[in-house]
Design a protein around this ligand. Structure first.
Ligand SMILES: C[S@@+](CC[C@H](N)C(=O)[O-])C[C@H]1O[C@@H](n2cnc3c(N)ncnc32)[C@H](O)[C@@H]1O
Length: 219
């Protein structure tokens, strides 16, 4: 049996996208549409990171969001998406740097299930490795850099708040709200607003999973 660890390898995604034209991780658009739209005022510029073969961007486009840029590190995926959906931007880039994206250029950064893919090799949800913390720090720094002041990072995830909120609090300048959807199994939408104080949340969450808030250089 194949291990989930493959989801952290770029080569795995390259070969998967040679065959796959559509797949939805976690949930399809109709199940989270209502929750997501609460945080997306019209005319926002949206950067969808780790877009994969999801139709999330296309569904938003149909609803009138015309300023959408998609990022994934799979060249195979990005070149085929560019041909299929030229009405949007498609950029091949790594979300640990977003080096192709200018500072302060988006109102919204959106992701679904990509942070999970980055952490798939972790042995414990309570005790992240130093390498995981350093990856997360790079991703948060990149997202924060490309967001406009007051912009939102929206993360659609199955990770429970007691693990994900302390991870998000590694960026001390995000105020975090949690929303959810799903009937039998709950999924979460983490809403992080750039430039707001999060001291109160830090006090509440730092005791729950303190290892997520340790320095990335400590073992
Ligand atoms: C679990 S899939 C999620 C795809 C899509 N967001 C969805 O919900 O269906 C993870 C996606 O993130 C991409 N990815 C993983 N690590 C990445 C990285 N460091 N930089 C850019 N893209 C990455 C993969 O190529 C893949 O398309």
């Amino acid at each position: 049996m194949r291990s989930n660890a493959q989801y952290a390898d770029k080569d795995y995604w390259e070969s998967r996208f040679e065959k796959e034209s559509h797949y939805e991780w976690l949930a399809g658009f109709d199940s989270y549409r209502e929750v997501l739209l609460k945080y997306l005022p019209p005319d926002q510029s949206i950067l969808h990171i780790g877009c994969g073969s999801s139709d999330l961007s296309m569904r938003l486009y149909e609803l009138g969001f015309k300023n959408i840029t998609n990022v994934d590190y799979s060249e195979t995926l990005i070149s085929s998406r560019k041909e299929q959906f030229p009405e949007m931007e498609w950029i091949c880039d790594d979300i640990t740097s977003l080096s192709e994206i200018k500072d302060g250029s988006f109102d919204i950064v959106l992701e679904k299930a990509t942070i999970e893919a980055l952490l798939v090799k972790e042995k414990s949800a309570w005790s992240p490795s130093s390498s995981a913390l350093s990856t997360i720090d790079s991703v948060w720094t990149a997202i924060d850099r490309v967001l406009k002041k007051g912009g939102l990072f929206l993360s659609i995830s199955f990770t429970q708040p007691h693990f994900r909120i302390p991870a998000l609090l590694r960026n001390p300048k995000w105020n975090i709200e949690t929303d959810s959807f799903g009937e039998f199994f709950h999924f979460f939408v983490y809403v992080c607003r750039k430039g707001e104080d999060n001291r109160e949340m830090m006090e509440r969450y730092s005791k729950i999973a303190p290892d997520w808030l340790r320095s990335a250089t400590e073992e």
